[in-house]
Every structure is written in C-alpha cells, then in structure tokens.
Design a protein around this ligand. Sequence first.
Ligand SMILES: [Zn+2]
Length: 311
Amino acid sequence: MTNITFHGGVNDIGGNKFLVEDKGTKILMDFGMSFSDEGKFFSQFMNARTSNSLADYFELGILPKIPGLYRTDIAKHVGFGGDEATEINGVLLTHAHVDHCKYVSYLRPDIPIYCSEASKLIMQNYDETGNTDQYLTLKERFQIYTNKKGEISRAQGDPRKIQVFEDGKKFSIDSIEVEPLPVDHSLPGVDAFILHTSAGSIANTGDLRFHGRREKDTAKFVERCGESSLDLILCEGTRIAETQSMTEYDVETISTKIINETKELVICGYPIRDLDRLMSFYLAARLILVICILHLRINQLKFSFQEENGV
Ligand SMILES: [Zn+2]
C-alpha cells in the first residue's frame, strides 16, 4: 500500500510538501514555502525568530511535526528531539522556486536532496547571495569549537547530500522508482516526476506550462504520462480555467513593437531568474539594433550614391 500525505500545497499556490510512503520508504516531494501561510503571520522585516524558527513554524502550523526530519541544532534547541535516526529516505525537488524548496534549509544534512543540476546551481546562488539561506551547506547555529591553540571558531559548515539526476534517466530511492522528466516553466531546470511504487504509478506535474520556449518538453511529459498507466496525477494549476494564454513568443513580438515605437529609453522588469523572459527582451532589443544598423547602412549608401552622381 502507498500513502500520500499533503503537508502543504493543497488549495494554495505552492508550499508543496508531499510525503509519499511505500513499503517503509518515505520520500518528500518538494519542501516549499506557502506564500499565504507566511503572509498571514510575517512580513519583510518581521520573520520567524532565527534560532526558534522551528518552534514558531510548528506553533503556526507552517511546518509539519515529523521526527528526524529537521536539522539537529535547531530541533534540539526547541526541544523537538534531534538525536533520533531519520525515517525520510530523500527529498525530490521539482525546481528551485522558493514555494517548492525554501524550507530545505531546515532539513537534516544527511537527508539526500534529489534535484536537477540547474536547481542545484540556483540554490547555490541563493546561498551565496542571501543572508541566511543554507540550501547546499548547513552551518550549525550553536556549535562552537576550540582548537588546540585555544582559539574559538564556529563550525565551517556541513554540506548537504545533493544527488543530481539526469533528465529522463530513472533512478531508485529504496522501493520507489523515480522518472524525472523536464517540463517548461519560468525557471531553468524544472522537472516533473513519475513515481513507480509497489501499489501503482503517480505523476507529479510540478509547475508546468505550455506557453514558454520549452513547450515541447511539457508535451513529451504528457505523452510519457499517457504511456505509464498512471493511478494518480498530482497537478499544479493557477490558470487551468483560462482558454487563451499569451506565449513567450508573443511577449517578444509585443516588446519589439513597443521598443520600435518608443523614441527614448525603454526599461523592462522581470523575475530575476526567468531566463526565458530575459531571452525575449534580449531578442527584441537585438532585432531593433539590427533594424537601426540596417537603416544607418541604407542611409550611408544613399548618401554615397548621391555624392558619386552629384545629386
Ligand atoms: Zn515554480
């Protein structure tokens, strides 16, 4: 028998934390932040207390009370065990948007995180540019060491077990076989999953879309679902009811037109890691540049012709 417990992501946008249990194997699909839950209690300058964050998140029902899941330093500090063995065999990440991965920072470093190479790099970027994020390396909050010379220093950091998978290449986490399949989204390195368990097959669509530059990836995933005799599909959707949607190519065309019709400076804004959108603006700007150069060249030729012919 296979069980799925939804610790987040139901009737919500993101915040996914799906616990799948099969023959003693326990895996979490995503461990993300719910914008609506955090928005109810916190704001930009008012967050969960740093050292007591787990106590705050438990009290407010934001994180599930699963023994052996959380980093030992904070779990011990708030009196939630810390010495017990973990029962979680791994965390499968669909992608590195915070509503799918934010709370990885709270996990024990010995729980393997399975993700794409791009997701790993994006999490590394969070670690290197953020203040407190600890996606790839955990730094113990309370541990202080004294070396032989009597010098005191903090722990250097404990790297998490990051297992990078290859798109389309199946792998196993104990009794569960995982098929990671790339899908189109506003971030690189996004995968949907098909899980083959002892009781049947489950698909998790991740944040897929059909209107970006990699729509063929999404179509392939749908095809693969059709071939897989699925018993269950876990599907994300914020615009499922909409019958029409603007594609990334439409954004590029409209941007080109706007730039062409604007005499002075054009400023654009977009989510920082949406490389598809960056590409749309880049291609629009490049096309305008090519048109400007062509105009300049034609004018130069006209001028030379007039000079040579004394017109
Ligand atoms: Zn997303």
